[in-house]
Ligand binder design. Structure first.
Ligand SMILES: [Zn+2]
Ligand SMILES: [Zn+2]
Length: 346
C-alpha cells in the first residue's frame, strides 16, 4: 500500500505525531521522542525523552532549561538524511532564528514538510530559508492576512537611527523578544552603521552571549547597570517587550519607547500600547511570503498549524491547493505574540 500523508504525520494530544517513526514534532507536552524545529519556548519544551534538533537549537535549549532538559540528545546536521523507524527525516534551514529548521518526513516518494516558524526576509543571524519541494506543506499563519506586508528591515532600523540622531539627549529603548529578535536587531543596527555599544537588559544577556559564541559579530553589548541608567542619554537599549512599559525603563533620560515586532504594522496597537516608535521587524513570513512559499514548495496540500488560519486556507482553495486548519493549541506564544506580552505588563 502506498504511503499516505497521514502515515507520516497526524495529530495527537501532544501535537504532530509520526506513526511510522514513533516521534512527535514540536510537541507541547513531554513525549518519549521529539524532533524540534527551533528554540522558541512554544516549540521547544523541556522534559522530553530523546530530542533530535540542530546543534544550535540543542544549545539554545540547554541555555534556557539547563543541561538536563531531556534524557538524551542527538544532533541533526542540515541536509543529512536520518532514518527513524520506517521514515527518513531531513532538516533544512527555516530562516526564523539561529538554528531554526524545517523538518521533512518522507517515505516512498511521499514527503511532508513541517516548517515550524519561518521567514524569507533578510536576517544576518541565521541561515536563509530553503525551499523543500513536498507533497504536503505544514505552515504557520501568524501574519496570514493580506493586510500584513512587512517593510524592508533596513528602513525600519534607519528610522531608529534617525530618531537617535534627532534626539541625542534621549535614550532609545527597544522592546524585542529575547531569542532571535533581540540579536537580529543588534545585527541590523551594526549593518546600519551603529558602532557604539548596544546596552542590554539583564534578560537579554545569556542568549546574546550564546549568539556571540556561535560566531555572530554583535559588537559591544554591555549590561545596563541600574544605577547608571541616568547616564545613558543618547544610548540604544534593548529589553524584553514587557520592560518597555514598566518602572525599569522610566529611569532612563526621557526615554523613547520602541518596539520591534510584525504587529507594529497595526498602528492602532502601537499607539494603544504607548509605543512611540514602532519598528515593523518580524521573524515570521508576511502574507505575500506565506503565499509565495506555498507555491514554491509545489505542495498539493497545505495544513495550517496556527495563526490566521482561515484566510490562508481560503487562499489555497483559490489556487487549487487542498488545505485545512489544524487549530494547534499552545503555539504562537513566542516572539510575535506581543498582544499578550504587552497586556500582561499593561
Ligand atoms: Zn518561533
Ligand atoms: Zn511559534
Amino acid at each position: 500500500m502506498p504511503t499516505r500523508a497521514s502515515d507520516l504525520l497526524t495529530l495527537t494530544r501532544e501535537g504532530l505525531y509520526c506513526p511510522l517513526g514513533d516521534f512527535h514534532v514540536d510537541p507541547t507536552w513531554p513525549v518519549p521522542r521529539a524532533l524540534i524545529t527551533h528554540g522558541h519556548a512554544d516549540h521547544a519544551r523541556a522534559g522530553h525523552g530523546r530530542v533530535l534538533a540542530t546543534p544550535e537549537t540543542l544549545r539554545i535549549m540547554a541555555t534556557r532549561y539547563g543541561e538536563a532538559f531531556c534524557a538524551a540528545r542527538q544532533e541533526a546536521e542540515l541536509g543529512q538524511a536520518i532514518r527513524i523507524g520506517d521514515v527518513t527525516v531531513r532538516f533544512a534551514p527555516a530562516g526564523h532564528v539561529l538554528g531554526s529548521a524545517q523538518i521533512a518526513v518522507e517515505r516512498e516518494g511521499m514527503r511532508v514538510v513541517v516548517s515550524g516558524d519561518y521567514k524569507r526576509a533578510h536576517d544576518p543571524t541565521c541561515r536563509p530559508f530553503e525551499v523543500v519541494p513536498c507533497d504536503v506543506f505544514i505552515t504557520e499563519a501568524t501574519f496570514g492576512l493580506p493586510v500584513f506586508t512587512h517593510p524592508d528591515t533596513r528602513d525600519e532600523v534607519r528610522k531608529l537611527l534617525d530618531s537617535q540622531r534627532l534626539f541625542p539627549e534621549r535614550t532609545h529603548i527597544v522592546g524585542a523578544y529575547a531569542l532571535g529578535k533581540a540579536q537580529r536587531v543588534m545585527a541590523l543596527l551594526r549593518e546600519g552603521g551603529w558602532d557604539r555599544p548596544i546596552h542590554l537588559h539583564g534578560a537579554m544577556e545569556k542568549l546574546t552571549e550564546l549568539y556571540k559564541r556561535e560566531g555572530l559579530a554583535l559588537g559591544e553589548t554591555p549590561k545596563v547597570v541600574a544605577a547608571e541608567r541616568k547616564e545613558l542619554a543618547g544610548a540604544i537599549v534593548i529589553c524584553p517587550p514587557s520592560s518597555i512599559q514598566d518602572l525599569w525603563s522610566r529611569k532612563f533620560p526621557d526615554p523613547v519607547t520602541c518596539f520591534a515586532s510584525g504587529w507594529m504594522r497595526v498602528r492602532a496597537r502601537a499607539r494603544q500600547k504607548g509605543v512611540e516608535l514602532p519598528l515593523v521587524i518580524s521573524d515570521h513570513a508576511d502574507w505575500p511570503d506565506l503565499c509565495r512559499t506555498i507555491r514554491d514548495t509545489g505542495a498539493g496540500e497545505v495544513w495550517v498549524t496556527h495563526g490566521q488560519e482561515d484566510a490562508l486556507v481560503h487562499w489555497c482553495g483559490t489556487q487549487g491547493i487542498r488545505a485545512k486548519p489544524l487549530h494547534l493549541l499552545g503555539y504562537g506564544e513566542d516572539e510575535e505574540n506581543t498582544a499578550s506580552i504587552l497586556e500582561a505588563s499593561a
